[in-house]
Design a binder for this molecule. Structure first.
Ligand SMILES: [Zn+2]
Length: 271
């Protein structure tokens, strides 16, 4: 079996001791489905992987990165890669020579190479941050993968920060930095703990991920941290996933109002 994809080659089935007759029987019983010449899937197989293999390709780009556990922006489209000679407008490909299409899911690096061509600038930095934060690959490896990409794309990796703990945090950071708002990342505040972003001296920005607010323990912990931070003279703005992804203009307007008043500066901070 190919990892946890649920997709397997005939050669792997044979290597595991199955005869051709047993394979045919498994297909007849519904225990395996033939998805392409030489490839089979179990009923519980990952649908996105099955679709990519059925198309003669390999799951790649944003879809493969998500499969490997990287944080990717919401995207309903499936991303796959096919051999160069079969390239069409729906499949993804990276810069330079393509790695062989010989598996069911691309490696993190091959998938990132495709994503560099498929994603807008901000999303590419978000995905790169997640890859290095989750130790799926090193930043140097990502640079190597983009060695033949245009300079503009390669330079995006200079904006990465391995400390970012969520995609929403990276997005917020990049948007503040693009407005030249001075901030620090993952700052430790005694009595409070590490906060995602600190603007100026005392404006804390916490960025919730989708999973984060589903936990009751996180909910209680967040309120306790916020209370302590305010008691010490900090201001806390907590941004939800929806704020960052779908309501950024409103969120930014509120944060700019705080900054324009100078309330992010140290006047009432108690350390
Ligand atoms: Zn793609």
């Amino acid at each position: 079996m190919n990892g946890r994809t649920g997709v397997v080659r005939t050669a792997e089935l044979r290597a595991n001791g199955l005869t051709d007759w047993q394979i045919r029987k498994a297909v007849a019983n519904g225990e395996l489905a033939a998805i392409r010449q030489g490839w089979y899937a179990v009923p519980a197989a990952d649908r996105s992987v099955v679709d990519a293999v059925r198309r003669g390709g390999v799951l790649s780009c944003v879809s493969a990165l998500k499969w490997h556990g990287a944080w990717v922006p919401p995207d309903s489209r499936q991303h796959w890669r096919v051999p160069r000679y079969r390239l069409d407008s729906k499949s993804c490909h990276g810069y330079g020579a393509s790695p062989p299409v010989d598996g069911a899911v691309d490696s993190v690096l091959a998938a990132f190479g495709c994503a560099a061509r498929c994603l807008p600038d901000e999303s590419l930095v978000v995905v790169a941050d997640s890859i290095i934060n989750k130790k799926l690959a090193e930043l140097a490896d990502l640079r190597g993968e983009l060695s033949v990409a245009p300079v503009r794309v390669r330079e995006l990796l200079g904006r990465c920060d391995r400390r970012a703990e969520s995609g929403t945090e990276t997005m917020a950071r990049l948007r503040f930095q693009s407005r030249r708002i001075h901030l620090q990342i993952q700052v430790y505040i005694p009595g409070v703990g590490r906060v995602d972003l600190l603007i100026g001296d005392r404006l804390i920005i916490e960025c919730d991920s989708v999973e984060h607010h589903t936990s009751r323990a996180n909910y209680a912990d967040d309120r306790r941290r916020d209370r302590r931070a305010v008691a010490k003279g900090y201001l806390v703005v907590r941004l939800t996933y929806e704020d960052v992804l779908f309501g950024w203009e409103d969120a930014m307007a509120d944060i700019l109002a705080i900054i324009h008043r100078g309330d992010h500066l140290a006047s009432s901070l108690k350390t």
